[in-house]
Structure formats: C-alpha cells, structure tokens
Design a protein around this ligand. Sequence first.
Ligand code: SF4
Ligand code: SF4
Length: 189
Amino acid sequence: MTVSLAGGKEEVRDLVSDLTAHSRRKGLGWRVKGLTLKRQCERRFAEGISADVQNADVVISLGCGVGAQSMSETFPERRIIPGINTSNMGAPEKKGVFKEKCMGCGRCTIDRTAGICTLARCAKGLQNGPCGGSVDGKCELYPEIDCAWHQVYTILEAKGELSEAVEPVPPKDWSRSHSGGVRTVRSKE
Ligand code: SF4
Ligand code: SF4
C-alpha cells in the first residue's frame, strides 16, 4: 500500500491527523494512534502490534482487502474497518498510477498471447481475439487504452510468430478463478 500511496506512513499520519481534528471539532474525545507494519497479511507481523490492537475499540486498516481480512482473523475480538477500497492487481506505471495486468484467473495462458493478459487488458476479456472493433490500435470501447489484441498481434508479427496467433487459446479451466467461493492457492500448483 505504500507504493500505491494508499497506506504508507504518510497516509497513516494524514488519517490520524484528520480523525483527531474531526474528534476535536465534534467534541468526541477520540484517542487516535497510527501504526505501520511490514505486511498485514502475515500473522507474525500483525502480532507485533498486538498490544495496541487489543487496546483499541476500532482499528482502521489501510492494507488491501487481504491485509484487512488477515487482521480480522488475527484479532477476531476487535472491530477491523477497511480504510481502502482494493480494486485490482496492478503494475506501477508512474507514481501512484497502476494498470491492472492480471486478474488472478488461476490458469495463466499468456504464453499463448505474446505475454499480454487479454483477460485483464482487453475490455471484453477475450481469450481469443480481436473483436474486430479496434481502431488504430486503440480499443473500440475505451479509445484511450491500447487494444490488447492489437498489442498481441504487433508483438507476434515483430517476432515472426504470427502463425501462433491463429491457434485458438483453448477454453480456460475457470474452477481456479475468483468465482465460485474461497480458493486455496498452493504455491506449487
Ligand atoms: S492469464 Fe490469468 S493468471 Fe495469467 S496474467 Fe491473465 S489473469 Fe493473470
Ligand atoms: S478493441 Fe481490442 S481491447 Fe477492445 S474489446 Fe476489442 S479486442 Fe478487446
């Protein structure tokens, strides 16, 4: 969260300052304390702030959705409030700007699509494309973004591997995707 400028030391400091000012204005008498830890999603780090969490009525987590849930599991008796709306798994483009490049489908097939994830980067999530609407390399739905399938073809063409693009990508095994309930992910799968 630090690199996404959503939950590092500065953001925690700003939130503490805002909440303290709000409490003062409204006469609420809140005592607000800010803490940062290396990773909320790892119990050993979360337990390092155990004493402070146990003393708190409410904890606002500026970690991602995984971190906030781990905090809830580590401290089930405490009320953990998410302070961040986690939206994607993105790669940093520039400071504070991320582009979603993977949606965690559980069966990576980008070896078939020139290293471009067309699930995450094509507006229609097409595994086999293009849709035919691309204009000048841009997406027909969002002209401000590059057509993912145009990128696939351009890369394969430059490498002289265009014949690979006519081989359809087989249907995906969606049982490992986000849909269908909680997944258990093992690093060797
Ligand atoms: S194919 Fe699946 S695992 Fe691979 S980058 Fe795309 S969403 Fe992520
Ligand atoms: S124009 Fe390209 S990125 Fe947009 S929906 Fe069609 S194939 Fe996908």
